[in-house]
Design a protein around this ligand. Structure first.
Ligand code: NAD
Ligand code: UD2
Length: 306
């Protein structure tokens, strides 16, 4: 039994991780400010510290007695980072530095959430971890900054770190009501409400969608990994899906006709994003990804729960 701190543990990905940690017999302490996370996402067995990850005293107190830290707390939205650059920077980079600083006294291993957004519009397909990083958003820049600070934590202070570049994660508990939510939860929510699905642009842009259970498996494997150096790995499916194709697949699962409307393209929207899962599969021993249709069916079932 180990004791883990999960920052952002009341959020979408974090709450699935907390469930898995508890199911494996570990103790989980969550540091969250409930800005987008919810208390009802947390199993009763999880310990909760309500606070701000970017506050060094809070994060240092939360780290006390822990065997490892999963750092997921962030303002997880490209759009929100554009609206509030300094505020998101404080949390998205400042929070990571506070976590790494709290970890360094006892060299507590840290696995943290980075993002495919670090690649910006790099044309490589698929993107390997060796591809150049050119973030096009403040959000992506802070994730890249987090990776750089993690390399310092490992190289200079001996803190084991692994950064995971999540591509487009989806699954139950992603909030369909939030305008900042991922496209799958937005589309599922609108289908259920009988509203048309809005394509930003022509809908031919592609993404690499990865189901949340695969992300949790990668997080757990990364905590067990001891490569000795600061590492970053993609967490992706290795499959490209256009937004138009996504809309059609989801509508077919729902048994509803897809009503599509074309809206204006999002400023700065990346055209294609596809990750290579090879390095993470080899290093972390991950199995094949959950098929998109299977994950979409799980989201649809979750939305229709009583
Ligand atoms: P989420 O918004 O559901 O989870 C983030 C959690 O962090 C929430 O519970 C929120 O309340 C908490 N939080 C935010 N600011 C905080 C603060 N100052 N102090 C303490 N807690 C704070 O989002 P998610 O999709 O679960 O994202 C988890 C992590 O994965 C984030 O770091 C995000 O950037 C990263 N990520 C997500 C995706 C995706 O597709 N969902 C893709 C790439 C990276
Ligand atoms: C980026 C990151 C992702 C994560 C996320 C956090 C990339 C490739 N991905 O996701 O890893 O960090 O930011 O915010 O950098 N769309 C529609 N209609 C809608 C909603 C979205 O057409 O109603 C389109 C949108 O224009 C985009 C695609 O769907 O082309 C995916 O959008 P998203 O908001 O789910 O995620 P994205 O790729 O911005």
């Amino acid at each position: 039994m180990s004791r883990y701190l999960v920052t952002g543990g009341a959020g979408f990905i974090g709450s699935h991780l907390v469930e898995s940690l508890l199911a494996e017999g570990h103790a989980a302490r969550v540091l969250d400010d409930f800005s987008t996370g919810r208390r009802e996402n947390l199993p009763p067995a999880a310990e909760l510290i309500l606070g701000d990850v970017a506050d060094p005293a809070t994060t240092s107190a939360a780290m006390a007695g822990m065997d490892g830290c999963f750092h997921l707390a962030a303002i997880a939205s490209v759009a929100r980072a554009a609206e509030d650059w300094p505020g998101t920077h404080r949390v998205n980079l400042g929070g990571t530095v506070a976590v790494l600083d709290a970890a360094r006294a006892r060299r507590v291993p840290v696995v943290f959430a980075s993002s495919a957004a670090v690649y910006g519009d790099c044309a490589d397909r698929p993107l390997t971890e060796a591809a150049p990083t050119h973030p096009l958003s403040a959000y992506g820049a802070d994730k890249l900054g987090s990776e750089l600070h993690a390399a310092v934590a490992t190289g200079v202070f001996g803190v084991p770190t692994v950064g995971l570049r999540f591509f487009n994660v989806f699954g139950p508990r992603q909030d369909p009501a939030s305008p900042y939510s991922g496209v799958i939860s937005v589309f599922a929510g609108r289908l259920r409400a009988g509203a048309p699905l809005v394509l930003h642009g022509d809908g031919e842009q592609t993404r690499d969608f990865v189901f949340v259970a695969d992300v949790v498996a990668a997080l757990l494997a990364a905590m067990a990994w001891r490569g000795g150096t600061a590492a970053v790995f993609n967490v992706c499916s290795g499959r490209a899906t256009s937004i138009r194709e996504l809309a059609a697949t989801l509508a077919a699962i729902a048994g509803l006709p897809p009503r599509l409307t074309e809206g204006s393209p999002r400023p700065g929207d990346i055209r294609h994003s596809l990750g290579s899962p090879e390095a993470s599969r080899a290093a972390l021993g991950l199995g094949p990804p959950i098929p998109l249709a299977e994950g979409l069916a799980a989201v649809w079932a979750w939305l229709g729960r009583p």
